[in-house]
Ligand binder design. Structure first.
Ligand code: SAM
Length: 275
């Protein structure tokens, strides 16, 4: 058990995070609890994690609950994370959609669990770089996360030197970002305006969403239990166009969870069978 965290505190926190976000706390990795909650202590003014959890127990429906759940999420991300995924978007998926949607000239994309926004901005940059013809299409790009802090970061599109050094080629930095102070960069306004940033908790009700041509839900379902993954994939299946594309993280697969998704002819990507 982590430093000072008693079994009943761990159990209480485990339940809150599971109920509210579907996230499974690994009892073997309780050191992660300190890493996630100590920064929150500084903001909330609690003297310790047990004191924070006591407060939450007394006010189970107050604003602290959301802060604790958000703090327990893992927000690791980077620009063009898993380069092969972006290569398959460039070489296979978008060319195919350009062909099949040429009559409607409409594309609907969803990046679920977008964290601080590097993933959707990487997609937008790829579209701008390689598919200028899309400028005259109607593109709806819903990007969502559970964490308000991550959504605000996505809207702001401000990244440190370290963050842009992780995956963003210098030429693309120069073309699509403005300097923001000495040490950071901000995504140009026209790219920021292209995102429809929404708070969507994958384990709660989803808002009305359009039929999606591409869904990227990467590196989040690894934290969920099997029935939760199955439910989410079912919902995505009913939301996707019959010939749409689903991208999962490299350690994730729909196999044994939902029938009908098969590997597409593109890396990291699935389609409904029979397409
Ligand atoms: C590891 S990041 C993945 C970011 C990005 N998709 C990538 O692959 O680089 C996981 C994200 O999932 C979000 N998340 C966790 N539980 C969620 C839930 N129940 N609903 C929506 N987002 C959730 C977290 O806030 C975090 O930003």
């Amino acid at each position: 058990m982590s430093g000072s965290l008693a079994t009943e505190d761990f159990e209480f926190l485990r339940r809150v995070v599971l109920d509210d976000a579907g996230l499974v706390l690994d009892p073997e990795k309780t050191y992660l609890i300190d890493r996630h909650l100590v920064p929150l202590l500084r903001r909330s003014g609690h003297a310790s994690i047990p004191a924070l959890l006591d407060d939450l127990r007394r006010n189970p429906r107050g604003p602290l609950r959301l802060q604790v759940v958000e703090a327990m999420t893992t927000n690791e991300t980077s620009f063009f994370r898993d380069a092969m995924v972006f290569e398959s978007l460039r070489s296979a998926v978008i060319p195919e959609l350009l062909r099949t949607r040429r009559a409607s000239r409409e594309l609907n994309l969803w990046c679920a669990a977008c964290s601080s926004g590097q993933e959707p901005y990487s997609v937008l940059i790829l579209l701008r770089e390689h598919f200028p013809e899309l400028a005259s299409w109607r593109i709806r790009y819903v990007v969502s996360d559970l964490s308000q802090e991550m959504l605000q970061r996505t809207r702001d599109g401000i990244y440190s030197r370290l963050e842009v050094a992780r995956g963003l080629p210098p030429a693309l930095l120069a073309k699509y970002f403005d300097a923001h102070g000495e040490q950071s960069f901000q995504v140009k306004p026209e790219l920021r305006r292209a995102l429809d940033v929404r708070c969507i908790n994958l384990v709660a009700d989803w808002p009305q969403l359009p039929t999606m041509d591409v869904v990227m839900i990467r590196n989040v379902m690894i934290y969920f239990e099997v029935p939760t993954k199955r439910r989410i994939l079912q919902r995505i299946k009913s939301l996707m166009a019959r010939d749409g594309f689903l991208f999962l993280g490299t350690a994730e697969t729909p196999r044994l969870l939902v029938d009908d998704f098969v590997r597409a002819n593109a890396y990291g990507c699935y389609q409904l069978c029979g397409v």
